[in-house]
Design a protein around this ligand. Structure first.
Ligand SMILES: C[S@@+](CC[C@H](N)C(=O)[O-])C[C@H]1O[C@@H](n2cnc3c(N)ncnc32)[C@H](O)[C@@H]1O
Length: 292
């Protein structure tokens, strides 16, 4: 069981409902599409000192398992995620690999981690969903030993990531109830503002903060595009509620809107993201963060 704060209930519902199920079903395609980001996280894992690693919002576990493979016998890798279906998929995957990595189903914002028990914290797109980000990152700071590393990847703005909003823009005239994106609210683009990321990390006790823009080429097979656009994002969230004729119109309009990204058998796009690094600094945690 996990205890949630009020606003987080929305994220808990989402990731335990349609979004979580869609990610599990699309797991292989997403892991392939986001492989370049896994590689960026693994660079930090390799360079890190110590093998106790925590993966935030680990989803179906691909990055946690990659870290466990990389660290071998000296690794103690734990993935944490709020989603039951995603953690179940991660555990199944771990079972097949026979890895020592473990998975916790809990809210990383408030989970009572053992203090100073991690050397490295990583996340691929798993830290933008906290309803109280400073509280969440302060909780992670307490879980990290002094000088532990933090590396995560988050999306820059929706405007810089037109691929990610193509479906909703094309579907909007046909789906009036499409959930709106709210700037700075928990969600995919919550960390679009670099200054906001910096402030959150600084206020939660992280130092040596480096936030670098990265533009990463991503690919998925064209054969997966139909599934991708009907299951994920705001359109995927509500398309099943529409009647059959509206659904067919939406699929047609959205698929056409993706034409510029289709190159033969591949769909290609550039992901505009932040690569964020920080260190658990003992001075700043004492100065700024009161224990919860
Ligand atoms: C965009 S997915 C990324 C999943 C995974 N890191 C990957 O790259 O495949 C975001 C993940 O964050 C998880 N998440 C959202 N809020 C969370 C929270 N408060 N604590 C732990 N996990 C959370 C979701 O359940 C979801 O699995």
């Amino acid at each position: 069981m996990i205890v949630e704060s009020r606003a987080d209930d929305e994220q808990t519902r989402l990731w335990n409902g349609s979004a979580g199920r869609a990610w599990v079903e699309t797991q292989e395609v997403l892991d392939q599409m986001f492989k370049p980001f896994e590689n960026l996280l693994m660079e930090a894992v390799l360079a890190g000192r110590g093998g106790r690693l925590l993966d935030i919002g680990c989803g179906t576990g691909s990055t946690t398992l990659a870290a466990a493979r990389l660290l071998g016998a000296k690794g103690h890798c734990i993935g944490i995620d709020i989603s039951d279906p995603m953690i179940a998929a991660a555990r199944a995957h771990a079972g097949r690999e026979g890895t020592s990595a473990r998975f916790i189903r809990a809210n990383a914002q408030i989970h009572p981690f053992e203090p100073a028990s991690f050397d490295m914290i990583i996340s691929r797109f798993g830290v933008m969903f906290f309803d109280e980000p400073v509280r969440a990152f302060a909780n992670l700071r307490r879980a990290a030993r002094d000088e532990a590393g933090l590396r995560f990847i988050a999306w820059r703005s929706a405007a810089e990531n037109p691929f990610m909003t193509t479906a909703e823009r094309a579907a909007a005239p046909l789906l009036p109830n499409l959930p709106a994106r709210r700037p700075d609210a928990p969600g995919q683009f919550a960390f679009a503002d670099q200054r906001r990321i910096h402030r959150i990390l600084e206020e939660s006790g992280w130092g040596k903060i480096e936030i670098r823009p990265i533009d990463v080429a991503c690919t998925l097979p064209e054969t997966e595009l139909g599934h991708y656009l009907t299951r994920l994002g705001p359109v995927g969230m509500i398309l099943h509620e529409a009647d059959e004729s509206t659904r067919a119109q939406v699929v047609k309009a959205v698929r056409t809107a993706f034409d510029p990204y289709v190159h033969g058998t591949d769909v290609r796009f550039t992901a505009a993201c932040w690569l964020v690094d920080a260190r658990a600094s003992s001075a700043s945690v004492a100065r700024r963060v009161a224990p919860a």
